[in-house]
Design a protein around this ligand. Sequence first.
Ligand code: SF4
Length: 217
Amino acid sequence: MSLEERARRERLLSNGAGAAAACRACRIGYERRNNVYGEGEPCARLMLIGEGPGETEDLLGRPFVGRAGDLLEKMLGAIGLAREDVYICNTVKCRPTLLDGEKLRNRAPDPAEMANCRPFLDEQIEIVDPSVILALGAPAAKSFLGRDFAITRGRGRWYDGPRGIPLMVTFHPAYVLRQGGTALTETKRQVWSDLKAVRARLDEPSLSEPAQASLFE
Ligand code: SF4
């Protein structure tokens, strides 16, 4: 990837982040502390998409930070990738919340919020143009595969994602963290299986970097 192309993508993503920061299409746009547009490698071959920012993400303006972010980094490390190698974002850029007594709690984004925010996500996918998309959790998967998608049955398989990009679904790291005992062991085993499939797909010759031999022709 040329330096010019990288700079072009960075510029487009920066413009997108500016537009999302100014957006108030949903009520949560007024309630958020920070807009969490996304971050990472603008020329990434793997894009990770979660459902929406949680409390820590909202506070810091960054996707997948805190305990879930730490686990995500371990998951990536298991297939030889660093956080800096991938592009990470969510289906909605503002934190969806519900009031539980005195406390604001995280909730999954509703369909209207996802629809309002979809142009930002579609633009990110178009700009980064990854080789593989990994949807983390059922809400993110449903945004691509329909409301009837069931993650327990549908994870671990390949789907035609947006722009024809291969799409895999696995469990969200926050869900993994909520498990315990044998459920935790089984969930980790399933996530590891899904990650290995992603690694294998990225390593397929047709999806790998262009052959260096072309430099010498
Ligand atoms: S969630 Fe997306 S569409 Fe809704 S206000 Fe935030 S940036 Fe705008």
